[in-house]
Design a protein around this ligand. Structure first.
Ligand code: CLF
Ligand code: SF4
Length: 469
């Protein structure tokens, strides 16, 4: 990161032309609500809300694996006081931290007392942290006014259907007003409460993101309708999450063999939704106790038993980071704008998919062998757009390449044309080439868009950009 001085120490960056200033103020440091912000800022979840009032066929909260990144999974449940200690410890050590989210492991609105108590305690100690919750929506309408009073600007509702018939295949039961409901009646009640909650949030200016789990053969086609409904009701973002399904998780879908979509099926549906509600494409489907940048999870470092008895908030790291990032983001915005202009001006050609190894800052700065995921971008005559990410097993272990991992990486990179990374050896480079994927470290440490533009314009015959490390 380049050192830089932001006189105002505000952490702001250049606002995109198409974003309302008040909205930009809310999203500019939120790693989930702004794709650009996720290169710089981190979230943490505290697992204070274990209770849930519905059953989803893709959920089993009894299962936990420390290496598993999946909503609903948490290694330890916390009381609001324990959560406060953890937030203070993380905020003092992780300079990128900007958002505290409550995303279960049950439902943040159903387990409301603990959600509210946690936010109240943290607000007193760290007033500049943003609050965020994720909910299934059933209990949401009961708490919208309190969310507004607590300055919660970001709410996620998981909405998988707007047709209760489809809902019967996803939700076996709900629990509402002291009673259990099943079948069509349950799905209809859930749907009505979700729509009411969304409309109430929109009316109060709270930004709402809709998460939809894409379940092939159950609701994949139907999500086009969901996108239309939530757009009409003011949703800010729509996030399609691929179903994670494994018999070992003990979920209904896992045990009954329901498969999730592959990366290209997800992209195809996302592409069909272009022009509807704005899509989030950088979700990492994180755990209910995740800590760190979206592509990483430092939760194990901050387990309750690793936090010392006395914790006092030290704001110095977060403040210093914000000053550095403000300048860096301005540079990045200018570089990206130039790069996109060059791609648009290049001779029309086919769309090219790039997989980028990065460890943050919006740059090509990770070695191929160290990457645990690749960020995917598409360059085309329309410009450069973020498409998603592909998780992989690390190729390099103790300095040696793992041949077995490479097959999995090639499979995960299905459809990718070019891999950009900070360093790659000839052995993996040759094997990727055999699979039709070009890999290069020629643009190491460039901004991602600058690197893509250089290669895309060179390939299309236009003058290549000079590298700007
Ligand atoms: Fe957490 Fe969710 Fe808030 Fe983000 S996560 S409550 S909006 S702070 Fe983000 Fe994780 Fe995807 Fe959620 S990457 S699962 S979208
Ligand atoms: Fe699990 Fe969340 Fe569904 Fe409740 S709402 S069953 S916690 S996925």
């Amino acid at each position: 990161m380049k050192p830089g001085g932001c006189a105002s120490s505000c952490g702001s960056s250049t606002k995109p032309d198409d974003t309302d200033p008040a909205v930009w103020e809310k999203i500019k440091d939120h790693p989930c609500f702004s794709e650009e912000a996720h290169h710089y800022f981190a979230r943490m979840h505290v697992a204070v809300a274990p209770g849930c009032n519905i059953q989803c066929n893709y959920c089993n909260r009894k299962y936990d694996c420390a290496n598993e990144s999946r909503p609903g999974v948490a290694s330890e449940k916390l009381t609001p006081d324990q959560a406060l200690r953890k937030v203070i410890a993380v905020a003092s050590e992780v300079p990128q931290l900007s958002v505290l989210g409550i995303a279960g492991p049950g439902d943040a609105c159903y387990d409301w007392k603990k959600t509210k108590a946690t936010f109240a305690r943290v607000a007193r100690e760290i007033p500049d942290i943003k609050f965020c919750i994720s909910t299934n929506g059933l209990a949401l309408p009961d708490h919208v006014d309190e969310l507004a009073d607590m300055n919660v600007d970001h709410v996620t509702i998981t909405i998988n259907m707007v047709d209760p018939e489809v809902g019967t295949k996803i939700y076996p039961w709900i629990f509402y007003d002291h009673r259990r409901y099943v079948g069509l009646e349950a799905a209809r009640m859930l749907h009505e409460r979700q729509m009411l909650g969304l409309e109430m949030l929109t009316a109060r200016g709270i930004l709402t993101k809709i998460n939809s789990v894409m379940i092939p053969g159950v609701n994949d086609e139907h999500l086009i309708e969901v996108n239309r409904w939530v757009k009409e009701r003011g949703a800010f973002l729509h996030n399609l999450m691929p179903l994670i399904s494994d018999p070992a998780h003990g979920t209904h879908y896992g045990l009954s063999g329901q498969r999730g979509p592959n990366a290209m099926e997800l992209k195809a549906l996302q592409d069909r939704l272009e022009g509807g509600a704005q899509l989030m494409r950088h979700c990492r489907q994180c755990r209910a106790d995740a800590v760190g940048m979206l592509g990483e999870d430092r939760g194990q470092e901050f387990r309750a038993d690793r936090i010392p008895g006395e914790v006092t908030y030290d704001a110095s790291k977060r403040n210093a980071y914000r000053e550095l990032v403000a300048q860096e983001r301005r540079d990045h915005v200018a570089a990206r704008s130039e790069a996109i202009g060059l791609v648009k001006a290049a001779r029309p050609g086919k769309a090219v998919l790039f997989a980028v190894a990065t460890k943050g800052g919006g740059r090509v700065n990770e070695h191929f062998g160290h990457a645990k995921e690749f960020q995917v971008y598409e360059a085309s005559p329309r410009g450069i757009s973020f498409v998603g990410h592909r998780k992989v097993e690390k190729y390099c272990l103790g300095g040696l390449g793992k041949e077995a991992a490479l097959g999995g990486i090639v499979a995960a990179l299905q459809g990718i044309d070019i891999v950009l990374c900070a360093r790659i050896g000839t052995c993996p480079q040759d094997q990727l080439a055999d699979a039709g994927i070009r890999a290069t470290d020629a643009c190491a440490h460039d901004y991602i868009e600058t690197a893509i533009s250089a290669i895309y314009t060179a390939a299309s015959g236009a003058p290549a950009l000079a590298a700007t490390a």
